[in-house]
Design a protein around this ligand. Structure first.
Ligand code: WT7
Length: 637
């Protein structure tokens, strides 16, 4: 497969960028023409941010799996599409060629049809990192069902919220999942979740760990049994459904500064074009290369850069079931050596954690296959960047620092590996089609260089979110109402003299813990559900490995036993309500929270104390009771 739209030089980047801004219709129309459409579009782009109303390739019809699978069969049929590396290095790995993956996706698409799933139905997927997860997603896309993948670390309560919000009548899960030394009982979590979701018609359970599960008569079926039925039907080819370009492809829930997580909706045409274009250009993928993204498919990084981007480009995408530190901190490097990985895409939190374990785990592994390195999820600190560059990249592999969000579907700001220059800790330059602007505290655009502001986008790119499921108004107020006619990212950002962008972190009440987005309000709600808790306030603080840690101030009037025990109990509640990823790292018990006379919590003060900046807390005179501040400082942990 060749990529006529792969940018090969800085000059070409500049020229393509200019064209994308000046003539977006011509630019994206040309790129889209390299995909397989059932029907050509009438209009490339139509948009208005105010409402928002965004449409790409309107009138066009396309099926994403036809582009990820069928169109490669003649030329790449025997090329590995997926390489699956199991949790335990002593178990066998699996390779699925494009032909085999196509076959399995057709089989499972037929399973979905046999179980009553129709175009437009929502299918919730809660599985570990096994090839069947990608197969389930692609099978949905093939028949036009809308998948909603939920990360395996979320609790029953979180699943129930999401299944209810999307009214997903179909669930695909596993008996369990392996993660390092642990195994997680996924089906049992689903059973707890579905007590609240009686409308669910079918649960399809794939075997992985063989942990005992209870199967509900009339509702639950085994993946393997359903496949056998399809085999006796003679393994039919399932015709990929021609979808409107703007039909939804999937929903992915993500946290914001208020309320429950919202279901970000991405649509077929624009999402496909954007993930493919960014994959091919940022990583500069070459046809024979092995590409390994370490993210979990339960997050947007896995959707876009394990499944849809790489497969649509005919790439070989490696899926790893386990974790970086088990059986030891050399696991990634063992995989790189074993499969001769050429492109590695991971998160700063993983790099910091492995750096902490020391170089002895990289030594002894042949990492010479590595050509390109990437990072995503949070700002990368210089120390981690240098370590990654030296010990993994041998001071020669370009590092792409890719800035983007669940809402953007794919990478918006990044250098292009080996084509445009890297600058450590900077995401650098916008991709073609991306028009960043910085906004000052008065809501005015700052046009100069060497300045910081809130990062917004002036115009849509093909992968921008279209709505939030079931609540378009929430999409408008969250992203398009802060500044008129702009998409607001929620991030703060610095622009240097050359126009390079450096993302400095969230400016809203959203935390980034190990590259996972967690809303402080959500964590507070979970803590407040614990017996004896009167009120709480949650802020982030710098954490050596996680990037940000969760610091909770809690007013507690329950039975006072051992403080440590109470902390553990509160953590257990948070785990139950959201999932273990949202557990506070520190809990400080307080008698009062710093509130203004209007009752608003002054988070600035709480943040400073959590960051251990105990002096210069700023003006506290507007507080209702300034004495609580002293108590908070005294009790700082
Ligand atoms: C937030 C989006 C993008 C997929 C993973 C996270 C932060 C992401 C970078 C980067 C600095 C980054 C931002 C963004 N972020 N990439 N390269 N440098 N910050 O997706 O959960 O939607 O979170 O992650 O704060 O807003 P997400």
């Amino acid at each position: 497969m060749s990529y006529p739209y792969q940018i090969k030089s800085i000059e070409e980047y500049k020229q393509q960028y200019k064209k994308s801004v000046e003539q977006p219709d011509e630019f994206w129309g040309e790129i889209a023409s390299h995909f397989k459409w059932r029907k050509k579009w009438n209009k490339v782009l139509d948009w208005e941010f105010k409402t928002p109303q965004i449409s790409w390739f309107a009138g066009g019809q396309i099926n994403v799996t036809e582009n990820c699978l069928d169109r490669h069969l003649d030329t790449l049929g025997n090329k590995p599409a997926l390489i699956w590396e199991p949790n335990n290095p002593e178990d066998f790995f699996r390779v699925l060629t494009y032909k085999e993956l196509h076959f399995k996706v057709n089989q499972f698409a037929q399973v979905l049809l046999n179980n009553g799933v129709k175009k437009g139905d929502r299918v919730c997927i809660y599985m570990g990192m096994i090839p069947e997860l990608s197969i389930a997603m692609l099978a949905c896309a093939r028949i036009g069902a809308v998948h909603s993948v939920i990360f395996g670390g979320f609790s029953a309560q979180s699943i129930a919220d999401r299944v209810e919000d999307a009214h997903a009548e179909y669930i695909v899960t596993c008996d369990g999942a392996y993660r390092g030394a642990k195994d997680v009982a996924l089906k049992s979590v689903i059973d707890d979740a579905l007590v609240r979701c009686q409308f669910v018609r079918r649960v399809i359970v794939c075997t992985r760990t063989r942990i005992p599960v209870s199967m509900i008569k009339g509702r639950d079926v085994w993946w393997e049994d359903e496949i056998k039925k399809v085999e006796t039907q003679g393994n039919p080819f399932v015709e990929p459904v021609a979808m409107e370009a703007e039909d939804p492809l999937f929903i992915l829930y993500t946290s914001g500064s208020t309320g429950k997580p919202k279901g970000v909706v991405h649509t077929c045409g624009g999402y496909l074009v954007w993930t493919n274009y960014t994959f091919v250009n940022v990583f500069q993928y070459k046809p024979e290369e092995i590409y390994f993204c370490t993210a979990d498919i339960g997050w947007i990084t896995g959707h876009s850069y394990i499944v849809y981007g790489p497969l649509s480009a005919g790439a070989t995408s490696l899926i790893f079931e386990g974790i970086p530190t088990w059986p030891d901190a050399g696991r990634f490097w063992e995989i790189v050596e074993k499969h001769k990985v050429n492109i590695l895409y991971t998160a700063p939190t993983a790099i910091r954690s492995l750096m902490g374990h020391g170089e002895m785990f990289t030594q002894g592994h042949d990492l010479s296959s590595i050509r390109v390195l990437g990072t995503v999820g949070e700002p990368i600190n210089l120390e981690a960047w240098n370590w990654y560059n030296k010990y993994i990249g041998n001071n020669s592999a370009p590092i792409v620092d890719t800035w983007w969000q669940t809402e953007t579907a794919g990478i918006l700001i990044s250098n292009l590996a080996g084509v445009t220059p890297a600058k450590p800790t900077y995401a650098t330059l916008p991709l073609p089609g991306v028009q960043p602007v910085l906004i000052d505290e008065n809501g005015k655009e700052i046009e100069s260089f060497g300045v910081s502001g809130n990062l917004c986008m002036k115009a849509p790119w093909p992968g921008i979110l279209r709505t939030t499921w079931g609540d378009h108004e929430r999409c408008r107020t969250t992203y398009f109402a802060t500044y008129a006619d702009l998409y607001f990212t929620g991030d703060g950002c610095f622009r240097d003299q050359e126009g390079n962008y450096r993302i400095t972190g969230r400016v809203d009440d959203v935390l980034n813990v190990s590259g996972h987005r967690i809303g402080t309000a959500e964590v507070e709600n979970a803590i407040n559900m614990h017996e004896g808790v009167v009120e709480s306030a949650v802020v982030g603080y710098p954490h050596d490995i996680k990037g940000q840690g969760i610091y909770a101030y809690v007013i507690y009037n329950g039975t006072h036993g051992d403080a440590e025990q109470t902390r553990n109990n509160i953590n257990a509640t948070v785990s139950r309500i959201i999932g273990p990823i949202a557990k506070p790292d520190k809990i400080q018990f307080v008698n009062g929270l710093p509130k203004t006379r209007s009752g608003k919590i002054m988070r600035r003060i709480l943040r400073k104390v959590a960051e251990n900046e105990l002096e210069n807390l700023g003006d506290t005179t507007t507080l209702l009771d300034p004495s609580v501040v002293d108590e908070i400082i005294q009790g700082h942990i």
